[in-house]
Ligand binder design. Structure first.
Ligand code: ADP
Ligand code: MG
Length: 249
């Protein structure tokens, strides 16, 4: 390990990939985030939990640089987040709604993303990326004809097309059936095997606890838990009823 890595990392010497310090975000009179600290090291798989409206999506948007924090600072890989796609080579994002182009085919959607990322991908590479998510047969179909599971697969293919180090997934299980959920789990497992750093925002507590080592839980924009998933349920069971209810769902 070189000295730079040591200086940038924690006592484990791993690279700090995400560093959010005292991040607060206000929308009109509503604080969506309140003094959130989050540090994620290379290769970690972190679930971001909390009920609807607790600030998960806002935190992910602040991390990607789409939204600026009202107070506080964010660094990805030791630098402020870039706002242009072409400069976000280390970052892959799955937004909660897929934001795919319904009138374009699956292949055209990936091609568009490749251009945005400044990749010089040939069609056969893009078809390979589609095959990887089980959409090879649907490459030339318009995305508006896709089921929600197919859209999610395509959105995941797009989010990881440029082989990013850090992948932020916002509600990857949203609107999926059991088969779709299993598929997302397997995809996340592959990213983990590949050593990627992942932050997964979800209100599906059971899925997150099964998949991730670490849970960060938000309530009303504040971090109320940050620790191993193994102690999550115990830690929140002494809290308010609503927290207890959610942990048991
Ligand atoms: P979650 O993803 O956990 O459901 P969000 O981050 O979407 O939570 O929302 C957190 C809070 O911020 C909510 O009160 C929500 O209404 C508010 N909020 C989120 N985005 C906006 C926005 N663009 N404009 C105004 N308020 C917003
Ligand atoms: Mg959300």
């Amino acid at each position: 390990m070189n000295h730079r890595a040591q200086a940038a990392g924690s006592d484990t010497g791993r690279r700090v990939v995400v560093e959010a310090r005292e991040v607060s975000k206000r929308y009109a009179r509503n604080w969506a985030l309140k003094a959130v600290d989050l540090r994620v090291e290379g290769g970690e798989l972190v679930s971001l939990l909390g009920p609807n409206g607790s600030g998960k999506s806002t935190l992910l948007r602040v991390l990607t640089g789409v939204t600026r924090p009202t107070y506080g600072s964010v660094e990805l890989f030791g630098a402020p987040p870039k706002t242009s796609n072409g400069k976000r080579q280390h970052l892959g994002v799955l937004p909660p709604q897929s934001y795919l182009y319904g009138e374009l085919t699956a292949l055209e959607n990936l091609n568009f993303a490749a251009v945005m990322y400044g990749l010089k991908s040939h069609d056969d590479e893009l078809v390979e990326a589609l095959a990887h998510v089980g959409l090879e047969q649907a490459a030339d179909r318009q995305v508006r004809t896709f089921s929600s599971g197919m859209r999610k697969r395509l959105a995941l293919a797009r989010a990881t097309l440029h082989d990013p180090e850090l992948v932020l997934l916002d509600e990857p299980y949203g609107a999926l059936d059991v088969e779709g959920i299993g598929w997302v789990d397997a995809f996340v497992g592959e990213l983990r095997e590949a050593g990627k750093t992942l932050v997964i925002a979800t209100h599906e507590i059971g899925r997150a606890l099964a998949l991730c080592d670490r849970a960060v839980s938000l309530r009303g924009g504040r971090v109320v838990y940050d620790g191993p998933t193994s102690s999550y349920e115990g830690a929140v069971s002494g809290a308010t009823d609503s927290v207890r209810m959610e942990a048991k769902r």
